[in-house]
Design a protein around this ligand. Sequence first.
Ligand code: NAD
Length: 335
Amino acid sequence: MKKYFITGGCGFIGSNFIRYIFNHDDSAVIINLDKLTYAGNLKNLAEFNNSERYFFYQGDICDSKIVKEIFKKHKPDYLINFAAETHVDRSLGEPDDFIQTDIFGAFNLLETAREFGLERFIQISTDEVYGSIEKGSFSETDALMPRNPYSASKAGADRLAYSYFATYDLPVIITRASNNYGPYQFPEKLIPLFVTNAIEDKKLPVYGDGKNVRDWLYVDDHCEAIQYIIDSGKVGEIYNIGGGNELTNIQITDLILKETNKPESLKQFIRDRLGHDRRYSLNCEKLTNIGWRPKHDFHKAMKFTIDWYKQNGDWWKPLKSGEYLKYYKKHYKEL
Ligand SMILES: NC(=O)c1ccc[n+]([C@@H]2O[C@H](COP(=O)([O-])OP(=O)(O)OC[C@H]3O[C@@H](n4cnc5c(N)ncnc54)[C@H](O)[C@@H]3O)[C@@H](O)[C@H]2O)c1
């Protein structure tokens, strides 16, 4: 029986990971610690509420008391740190929470893991820590050049996690994945924002000239890769996880308009994001060399994702009102 301590399990990737583990392991126990910020949603995991193998704690990864209590009570084998402030746009205006959660929170988890011991500490980092690349792709040994407060705070946690391996022999592995897409992603991120706006006949706000390139990874592939790395990765190592689907934001926008049968006129170019990274690209040979590659076809998985948002208005409509709407109107004031 494996015990997984998941932080940030009520967010997009964390909730998909919990579902992935329960679907693939009949005896796994999951302990989920989530602060339930605007991005955390209990509805994402409602189907597990009555499971005897699922424990939820509302709390902050920066709070050493609750983290210690969880270690004492559950003695987890693995800790997978998904908890973070994650939206680049928000980090430009209000970076404080990013530094607190993404760096100090990771530090607190590492310290507690060091005190109690565990099999693996997986720090979920991101391709954004490398910064932008015009040509070629980043390998795990390339320099980190983060260019906004989100990616800089993630880079801080990434290196701090490594330092706990190098200094204290904590069995840390760091993963750096590219942009994820799939069900349950908060509708402020590009794909769910554009899909839900298209469904509602609202404008799709494309930054700058729309030629920024991102690599897209289906969330289930990401979850499978994390599990693969837990089982087959080497401690102290970093693994890039990419989808192999580099597209410009315009290509993504056009695909969404086509799949939702909406007109070109919904596409609206707006002032570019400050410090907008032009292109992210990962070299994933290290992971393919140990035997893992993504399984999902991009167009099929995108169609599935778009259909999921079409069918789950009950999930995303309440999220696009209230405080979120105030933030959105302020942020995209040109619209
Ligand atoms: N989404 C992507 O494309 C992507 C790509 C690569 C890496 N990542 C990384 O994966 C992780 C998960 O990303 P996501 O897109 O699911 O994020 P998300 O914003 O959807 O979810 C974050 C979750 O963390 C929780 N949280 C925030 N602060 C917390 C705190 N102090 N204590 C406890 N819980 C807290 C939130 O309530 C939420 O449930 C992040 O570390 C992110 O940097 C994301």
